[in-house]
Design a protein around this ligand. Structure first.
Ligand code: NAG
Ligand code: NAG
Ligand code: NAG
Ligand code: NAG
Ligand code: NAG
Ligand code: NAG
Ligand code: NAG
Ligand code: NAG
Ligand code: NAG
Ligand code: NAG
Ligand code: NAG
Length: 746
């Protein structure tokens, strides 16, 4: 990362810290308390039949003086499903006391986690009244639980035209006025103690919910751009909203929401938030997702926005679908033209018709005052020290603060327009945003050329030409720079992320009109992030659940992964933000292809109990493994497998000096045609020998299982300290079932 950018980031952290210090003025006692997530385990003999019994047992862990104090209760949540344990406000001394009690497992202060489309269904091959959308009944009868910032219920994306009532198993609640919920929005709850409504005051939750399962809304657009019919991936699925962020998302609330959603009866959980951890057992979302998976609930999570750095992926567990972000083939073109007639293609969602197409003076904010780092990033109030920008087009570096805020700063300081240039980190990943002034955003390489031009002439000039919405960029999908990358730190034998979905410049429902800043019934906004790609896959999972009600979460996941696309629209390998062929740790299995996922031929299934030998094989203690399954486990008596041996539809191999030959087995289940014959095709990673036994699999009936063995050997020609990739594929007359192979040659 650029050192200036780091400097600015650390300044922001310091400022925030001061802000908190000045205003945290509770009583001395109270301020020492923090919210802890406490894990406990029950003695073998103890069986809780009532959740009340469980609650009073949890209470027995609290310090006696405070346990009954009613004016400011210490117990925040007692969890029934996601884990054995509770959230409570405690001091470090009280935690020390608690550690002595029998049944105590662990207590850590809760983390606060960050939040990590008209056209995207068509881009993914979903069309009305035909194909997979029709065959899957648009997700009818499936309930998607969305953990996010709440919802703006009056938006037409959540109208219930054509929606059947929720299935009988639904037990959830609507904590709005009852009239706000309907057959589309069947539940809405809030969890933060500082909150009193599931209403979305941010917009993020409204956006993600409508991406997963919004109803059809005609004429959706942002300032006239990206105009079309807005619709979620599963338009007939029901939505159950769990507000856990306002706007920060605390772990105890997230766990409580997952706990409740499991009881309520959701089928899919969509979680566009999270953070990084070193191991699976200390990530409470991963633990909660385990219980959800055991109950047949599909969990889809965002991979994170910490790319393109290696080892930046969140939600690394094999029972979660971890979703990276890529582009769609739509651009909202805003072209920068320099005085020397060089021309650079950028994007912006705000394209005022009346903006002059004459050349205007051009100035680089970083040259206003070379010792002021805030100026080059166009921080608010960093630009008004000078009159030099009035009436000009101002070039700002992106980073540090939101891009729209930079435009506001330029506008406030009298600038006429803005050219936003990417940092090296973001390469060619360009956001088309609702800027407050005429603007365009350019790639890193183009930004360098603009700055060089400014340097080269005494009176630099430029103009911005707005060209509106263009569809058909055949480079798409391109992996977004911010999309978090593997390898998987917590479980190196599991390839992560799993899949790519649309996550750049996604148009979806928004609570506030950006034209006049009023809450209005029909408005849309364009956002980018893995937060946007996750609900696309949550919706696809709902479609698959609707067309294959008997498929397990692992089978759905396998279907999505083995049928993914690895070529872009131009039939070239999918590229990354540098326009180079994307690394396997950026793409995972590839880009989702919903229609193919509906008919995968074979699936790699995993039963919940298969994860016990997997967890034991990660060398977790009995107690740590017990935390997942919520009963006592003895790894010495269980079988234990290396993580690469889990029946995962992908391979991630690490060769070390000790292990240059590794053999795994996989079991595939026939979900295609009863009589079918598959033969293996192998594309070897350079320097690695891959052998599969047997090389043909002949099935005679549906649900039949067959096993194969695959051996990876490092060859003398292998490189050192590098990553190589290949794949193996089972082909029949009709199907092609592909598993990517990543090999780290250390
Ligand atoms: C329902 O909503 C209206 C308008 O927002 C509000 O005035 C009223 O108090 C609410 N009623 C209940 C029962 O919450
Ligand atoms: C959006 O498209 C619809 C249908 O093609 C059209 O009627 C409408 O005028 C368009 N709206 C804008 C703002 O371009
Ligand atoms: C340049 O910025 C520095 C640091 O913010 C400030 O101390 C200095 O006064 C500025 N110079 C001018 C000419 O504005
Ligand atoms: C910039 O302008 C804002 C608002 O007008 C003002 O509060 C601030 O003090 C100004 N900053 C400087 C450095 O002049
Ligand atoms: C512009 O000129 C300055 C000062 O000569 C130099 O530091 C900077 O690297 C140049 N920038 C570009 C993009 O050429
Ligand atoms: C604000 O804008 C929205 C759509 O952009 C429009 O429907 C609404 O009437 C506007 N409200 C006001 C108060 O102008
Ligand atoms: C677990 O321990 C075994 C035996 O010491 C070792 O071979 C293996 O590599 C370890 N696995 C992990 C994931 O650390
Ligand atoms: C599978 O069937 C094909 C012909 O349909 C045959 O050539 C092959 O030997 C069979 N493989 C096995 C393992 O039975
Ligand atoms: C990798 O390292 C080994 C041992 O140091 C060496 O024998 C081999 O030639 C190296 N391979 C390549 C491709 O450089
Ligand atoms: C990430 O890993 C890839 C593949 O090993 C390597 O080429 C790249 O340099 C690494 N990137 C960083 C920032 O370390
Ligand atoms: C308004 C208020 O409660 N102020 C308190 C803030 O904290 C300091 C130090 O603990 C107290 O002295 C103030 O009375």
């Amino acid at each position: 990362m650029d050192s200036n950018f780091m400097f600015i980031l650390s300044l922001i952290c310091i400022l925030n810290f001061h802000f908190l210090e000045t205003f945290a003025n509770e009583t001395q006692e109270e301020s020492k308390l923090e919210t802890y997530i406490v894990h406990v385990e029950a003695p073998e003999t103890q069986i809780f039949t009532q959740s009340e019994d469980l609650k009073s047992w949890y209470h027995s862990f609290l310090p006696t003086i405070t346990a009954s104090s009613s004016d400011n209760p210490r117990m925040i949540y007692s969890y029934n499903n996601v884990l054995k344990g509770f959230a409570a406000r405690l001091s470090p001394d009280e935690v020390k006391e608690m550690e002595k009690k029998p049944g105590f497992v662990s207590a850590l202060p809760e983390k606060v986690l960050p939040l990590h489309t008209t056209h995207s269904p068509n881009f993914l091959g979903l069309n009305q009244n035909m194909g997979f959308w029709r065959d899957s009944n648009y997700g009818k009868g499936v309930i998607i639980g969305v953990l996010d910032t709440g919802i703006f219920p009056d938006h037409p994306s959540f109208n219930d035209e054509g929606m059947p009532p929720p299935p009988a198993k639904w037990k959830g609640k609507c904590e709005f006025n009852v009239t706000s919920c309907n057959n589309k929005l069947i539940g809405a709850r809030f969890f933060s103690k500082e909150d009193n409504t599931p209403l979305d005051e941010d917009g993020h939750g409204t956006h993600t919910a409508s991406t997963a399962a919004g109803n059809f809304v005609k004429g959706a657009n942002l300032f006239g751009n990206a105009n079309g019919t807005a619709v979620g991936m599963a338009p007939l699925a029901h939505l159950a909203i769990y507000k856990v962020c306002s706007p920060f998302c605390s772990e105890s609330d997230i766990l409580a929401a997952m706990d409740t959603a499991i009881d309520d009866g959701v089928d899919v959980l969509s979680i566009s938030l999270g953070g990084l951890t070193n191991n699976l057992y200390s990530d409470n979302i991963v633990l909660g997702a385990f219980t959800a998976m055991e109950k047949g609930i599909f969990v889809s999570c965002s991979a994170g926005n910490s790319g393109p750095y290696n080892f930046s992926v969140a939600h690394e567990a094999p029972w979660i679908l971890t979703v990276g972000a890529s582009t769609i083939d739509r651009m909202i073109r805003a072209t920068a033209v320099l005085g020397n007639n060089e021309l650079f293609e950028g994007e912006s969602a705000f394209q005022p018709m009346d903006f002059s197409s004459a050349f205007l003076p051009l100035v680089y904010a970083g040259m206003l005052n070379s010792s002021d780092l805030y100026a080059q990033y166009c921080f608010p109030e960093s630009l008004n020290k000078t009159d030099v920008i009035r009436g000009k087009i101002v070039v700002c570096e992106s980073g540090g603060i939101e891009r729209i805020a930079k435009g506001q700063a330029v506008k406030d300081a009298g600038g006429t327009a803005m050219i936003l240039v990417n940092s090296e980190r973001y390469g060619n990943t360009i956001a088309a945003e609702a800027h407050v002034l005429p603007a365009t955003q350019l790639s890193y390489a183009d930004g360098l050329k603009v700055k060089a031009y400014i340097n080269s002439t005494l009176n630099p000039v430029a103009k911005i030409l707005f060209k509106g919405t263009l569809i058909g960029d055949d480079r798409a999908p391109v992996v977004a720079a911010f999309s978090s990358r593997g390898p998987n730190f917590a479980s190196p034998g599991i390839l992560k992320p799993d899949i790519l979905g649309p996550g750049l410049n996604i148009l979806a429902a928004w609570p506030v009109s950006l034209e006049n800043n009023t809450k209005t019934k029909s408005t849309f906004n364009i956002l980018s992030g893995t937060s946007m790609s996750c609900p696309h896959l949550s919706g696809v999972a709902a479609l698959l659940k609707s067309s294959h009600p008997d498929w397990s979460p692992a089978a759905i996941k396998s279907a999505i992964m083995t049928t993914a696309d690895v070529l872009n629209l131009a039939k070239q390998p999918i590229e990354d933000d540098k326009f180079l062929p994307a690394n396997i740790f950026a793409t995972g299995s590839g880009h989702v292809n919903p229609s193919r996922a509906n008919d995968p031929g074979l699936v790699y299934n995993i039963q919940p109990e298969d994860y016990i030998p997997y967890l034991c094989g990660l060398n977790y203690t009995n107690r740590q493994v017990g935390t997942f399954v919520q009963r006592s486990v003895k790894c010495s008596t269980e079988s234990s497998i290396p993580d690469g041996q889990l029946n995962y539809p992908a391979f991630a191999i690490t060769f070390t000096v000790q292990s240059n030959s590794q053999t795994y087995t996989r079991t595939v289940t026939n979900v295609g045609e009863p009589k079918s014959s598959y033969s293996v095709e192998i594309v070897r990673p350079p320097g690695v020998d891959v052998r599969v036994e047997p090389t043909t699999l002949n099935f005679s009936e549906i649900k039949q299982k067959m096993m194969y063995r695959v051996t990876f050997n490092r060859l003398a020609s292998a490189g050192n300290n590098t990553v190589v990739q290949g794949f193996l594929k089972w082909d029949s007359d009709r199907y092609s079932v592909r598993s990517p192979i990543a090999v780290i040659l250390s």
